[in-house]
Design a protein around this ligand. Structure first.
Ligand code: CP
Ligand code: NVA
Length: 316
């Protein structure tokens, strides 16, 4: 595919920073790279590029995707775990950023603070990719949107429902991505877990441009007409002490067979970014059903993350 110049050299910190056309380009490039990989064709667009992978929090999919995505395109990924570097503890983020920027051509960061990933981008001078923070998980949205496109044939006008912890990184990122791409988004959560009002307003603004709606509700009736039902863990990484409180708060918001039927559509698909805790946010029955596309989503993490690295750093 032809390179999109506006993406070259850019960081990928939140989908707020990208136009619908740029998001569409990431998806098209990912689909192209996926088709090629299925034919055994990989590339060399990241040849000679050294890529730092910083993980303050654990990861299966994101780590694997950046590692394989980089290797498939000829890049050299280097993993740095939480206890292996001093980021934000003994050494300031600003100093670490300036050191890594002298040695690496691109940096992935997974951690707690959105401010840290933004500082890394500001001071390293190389593209920085957000592999999840407390606030956002933008690469996951690309994987999920590619998966929706594959299963439903479109994004615009799709009725997308997220049910569960309405103020976590996933809910925030779905609201942004859906607004940008014209996907009707409903967040179903108890009132104490509703997303921040200022972000809701920003995302409603995106939706106005793209012709889609954003609804926040505590009623399970919000699933009526859903094309996609999506959930996530009830307590995120770093919130383990909240487990008991959240289970009590969210037990009525489980994705189960009755909830899937309440959509009134036979075609509704089930999505989850994984890892999933069965019999909490989703039953084993729904997770394992033929409506569940969770492993397509997981695979698409790799193709979409590869596309982000290629589009922002690759020579092609
Ligand atoms: N969905 C996701 O980000 O998975 P990991 O935590 O395994 O990377
Ligand atoms: N909300 C979850 C997403 C995991 C991919 C977390 O932050 O733990």
């Amino acid at each position: 595919m032809q390179r999109l110049e506006s993406l070259h050299g850019r960081s990928f910190l939140t989908l707020k920073d990208f136009t619908p056309e740029e998001i569409e380009y990431f998806l098209d490039l990912a689909a192209d790279l996926k088709a090629k990989k299925k034919q055994g064709i990989t590339g060399d667009s990241l040849k000679g590029k050294n890529i730092a992978l910083i993980f303050e929090k654990p990861s299966t999919r994101t780590r694997s995707s950046f590692t394989i995505g980089a290797a498939d395109e000829g890049g050299f990924p280097v993993y740095m775990g939480a206890d292996e570097i001093q980021l934000g503890h003994k050494e300031s983020v600003k100093d670490t950023a300036r050191v890594l920027g002298r040695m690496f051509d691109g940096i992935e960061f997974r951690g707690f603070s959105q401010d840290h990933v933004e500082q890394l981008a500001k001071y390293s001078g190389v593209p920085v990719w957000n592999g999840l923070t407390d606030d956002y998980h933008p690469t996951q949205i690309l994987a999920d949107f590619l998966t929706i496109r594959e299963h439903l044939g479109r994004l615009k006008g799709v009725n997308f429902v997220f049910i569960g912890d309405g103020r976590n990184n996933m809910a925030n990122s779905y609201m942004i991505g859906c607004g940008k791409m014209g996907v009707n988004c409903t967040i179903i959560a108890p009132r104490s877990l509703w997303p921040k009002e200022d972000l809701v307003e920003i995302c409603r603004g995106y939706g106005k441009e793209a012709g889609s709606t954003l609804t926040i509700t505590d009623s399970l009736d919000g699933v009526v007409g859903a094309d996609v039902i999506c959930t996530d863990v009830w307590y995120s990484m770093g919130e383990e002490e909240k487990a008991k409180e959240r289970i009590a708060l969210l037990s009525g918001y489980q994705v189960n067979k009755a909830l899937m039927q309440r959509t009134g559509k036979d075609s509704t698909i089930f999505m989850h970014c994984l890892p999933a805790i069965k019999e909490k946010e989703v039953t084993e029955e729904v997770f394992e059903s033929n409506k569940s596309v969770v492993f397509d989503e997981a695979e698409n993490r790799m193709h979409t993350i590869k596309a982000v690295m290629v589009a922002t750093l690759g020579e092609y």
